[in-house]
Design a protein around this ligand. Structure first.
Ligand code: ZN
Length: 329
């Protein structure tokens, strides 16, 4: 009998550990139509301990495996050290600190309580989208065109994914012009399970550097890089996978930073065409800046390409392990 009760306790712990917290007894307020949740009530329900890093300014929430840092009046947050942008600032009201329901549902909950795939919906086909192509060169640095390096990176990633038994389709496999809607249409037509759009960055300042990754902006809020009222707030096909988009972005960004040593420019939100119309979890990866001399040298170096490709694949496999396997996160 003892092992049976031990087993029951084990499954109880397993299921409660993965269940999203009930917000029944959590204080909630609505400001201009947006729901906010009191962190002091939500955190214990989510199994987190809360403390101040700096009183009234910076909060720390922890459990056995994660550490979340939030700033009052800011969209900046850190999840296990990674820069994760919230959609709305954390706010202070009447002595309480609140986080938006949109950020709980689309940013923190997917990482704390990862979604799972059904047994018959396991990840099998990955669509790789090498950014730009043909007449569209992408970023230009002297003789270097972004379109060439996104394709080279795509080929490296494909080789590795195949070694792990995954099927790969490309939106383009040569230097050809391809519209944005056609890219996701290819992924949708082939019933791909994941969509990875590959890009390299550029900025007017040569000192800007690092890797960033974009997941579809949740409905009702602005994207990370747009001013108020600029990006719209619509609900698109890509919003069907809000939770998995975030989980995929987190795992790929984490692996990319670990594997390449690139600086962390954050997990951000955008309504890029390729993210808007993807029917499967999708991310857009910016693997460094061609406008930064140091990173440009790396981007043009085949050895770095291999390293970057391996780290992106590590991230995809970590994600697969969570949604298809038994790993809790
Ligand atoms: Zn690009």
């Amino acid at each position: 009998m003892r092992w049976i009760s031990a087993l029951i306790v084990f499954f109880f712990v397993l299921t409660t550990a993965l269940a999203q917290p009930s917000l029944k007894n959590v204080e909630r307020i609505t400001i201009s139509g947006t729901e906010y949740v009191r962190i002091k009530d939500w955190a214990p329900a989510a199994g987190l301990t809360v403390s101040w890093i700096k009183r009234d300014e910076q909060l720390l929430m922890t459990n056995r495996w994660c550490k979340i840092e939030l700033k009052v009046k800011s969209i900046m947050s850190r999840f296990n050290g990674l820069d994760v942008r919230l959609s709305l600032p954390v706010i202070s009201r009447g002595g309480g600190i609140y986080i938006s329901r949109i950020d709980l549902d689309n940013t923190l909950h997917p990482l704390l309580f990862p979604p799972k795939n059904a047994a018959n919906k396991k990840i099998n086909v990955i669509c790789i989208d090498p950014g730009h192509g043909g007449k569209d060169t992408g970023k230009i640095d002297k003789l270097h065109h972004e379109k060439r390096y996104t394709l080279l990176l795509a080929e490296e990633i494909a080789q590795l994914l195949k070694q792990h038994g995954l099927k790969v389709i490309f939106t383009r496999s040569r230097d050809e012009t391809l519209g944005l809607p056609e890219r996701t249409a290819i992924a949708n037509r082939h019933g791909a399970d994941l969509f990875l759009s590959l890009h390299f960055n550029a900025a007017s300042s040569r000192s800007v550097r690092g890797a960033e990754i974009y997941a579809m902006t949740p409905a009702g809020v602005e994207s990370s890089n747009s001013g108020p009222g600029k990006s719209g707030t619509g609900n698109y096909t890509g919003n069907q996978n809000n939770e998995k988009n975030m989980l995929l972005a987190y795992n790929v960004q984490r692996a990319m930073l670990r594997g390449t040593g690139l600086e962390d420019r954050g997990i951000k939100r955008a309504r890029f065409e390729v993210l808007r119309s993807a029917k499967m979890p999708a991310v857009l990866i910016e693997g460094g800046f061609m406008s930064n001399p140091d990173e440009a040298r790396k981007i043009y170096d085949p050895a770095f390409h291999k390293k970057l490709a391996k780290s992106i694949v590590d991230g995809v496999l970590a994600y697969r392990n969570i949604v298809d396997g038994n790993a809790a996160r």
